[in-house]
Design a protein around this ligand. Structure first.
Ligand SMILES: C[S@@+](CC[C@H](N)C(=O)[O-])C[C@H]1O[C@@H](n2cnc3c(N)ncnc32)[C@H](O)[C@@H]1O
Length: 285
């Protein structure tokens, strides 16, 4: 695991309060990578919007999300996953975000999309929130655990929230498996700093934390090659829209965030970082 002690929780909250509008303008309603089917064949590439939905749908299939599912969406952003799954799979979703602005945003969009009765959004710290024992079928988290300070403790709590037979469905940015030189370690550190992550775990770390919490791993997928195109598209959009000039006028941290898109893209290329999807089950006994 690579750590960046400079990151503070208040800055994570501030970043998402401030940057949600930028995310919406640059990328869309989901604040996560796209998952391309045909990443190697440039002529048949899906649109970024379709690739984002593909990531959500693929994870939902792996986690078995259905009409009967009660799902906790940890780090729910603008409610992209919760609203999509409530509309398409008719599940019930409870989204948690540390950002008050995102909570209001998600609740408003859920109402406009006609899924207010199947969704609720809570503004809380996922490391502090208490849910009842065995109250969810699925604990879902796309690209939020990177921001958590005590990741093993989060997985122990999430285990308790799940019913027996319930599933964890996690997508996360990972430190690479072979950080065999200082340059790669520096790349991971720069990503942590630029994207406000107190640490990035490796695939092995995630599998260990889930197992130690009592979960059985049912699948781990390295999606790096299928998602890395996200940052080429984001860089093009930053250049095209001139959003960096706007960020410069508002907040230096947001400028650093935009400038680290290239660092993250390069970290995927060198193997300093990976993108992982993990699905695990709580034993029924
Ligand atoms: C990269 S965004 C992903 C959003 C969403 N999962 C999606 O895919 O669109 C990370 C999210 O984690 C949330 N977050 C970060 N730290 C958190 C914490 N300690 N508790 C709750 N939410 C947190 C942020 O507010 C943001 O919504």
């Amino acid at each position: 695991m690579i750590e960046c002690t400079a990151v503070q929780k208040s800055v994570v909250r501030w970043h998402y309060d401030l940057s949600t509008v930028f995310y919406r303008m640059l990328w869309g309603p989901h604040i996560h990578h796209g998952l391309w089917q045909n990443a190697e064949h440039a002529q048949r590439l899906e649109s970024p919007g379709k690739a984002q939905v593909q990531l959500t749908e693929t994870l939902a299939d792996l986690a078995g999300v259905s009409e009967q599912t009660k799902l906790a969406d940890i780090g729910c952003g603008m409610g992209g996953s919760s609203i999509h799954l409530a509309r398409t799979r008719h599940c019930r979703a409870t989204g948690v975000t540390i950002s008050p602005l995102q909570r209001r945003w998600a609740a408003t969009i859920a109402m406009l999309k006609g899924v207010r009765s199947r969704t609720q959004f809570i503004c809380a710290d996922a490391e502090e929130i208490a849910f009842d024992h065995a109250s969810f079928d699925v604990v879902w988290s796309i690209e939020c655990t990177e921001h958590l300070f005590d990741k093993p403790a989060f997985f122990r709590k999430a285990y308790d929230w799940l019913k027996p037979g319930g599933r964890m469905a996690i997508c996360a940015w990972l430190a690479g498996e072979n950080l065999d030189n200082a340059d790669k370690e520096q790349q991971v550190y720069d990503v942590c700093e630029g994207f406000f992550c107190p640490s990035l775990g490796s695939a092995e770390d995630y599998i260990g934390w889930m197992r130690d919490a009592g979960m059985q791993i049912t699948g781990w997928h390295d999606w790096t090659r299928r998602v890395e195109r996200t940052w080429d598209v984001c860089e093009q959009r930053v250049r095209r829209t001139g959003v960096r000039w706007l960020a410069k006028a508002i907040d230096q941290d947001t400028v650093m965030f935009l400038d680290r898109f290239r660092t993250l893209r390069d970290a995927y290329t060198t193997g300093a970082m990976q993108y992982g999807c993990f699905v695990a089950e709580k034993p029924t006994l």
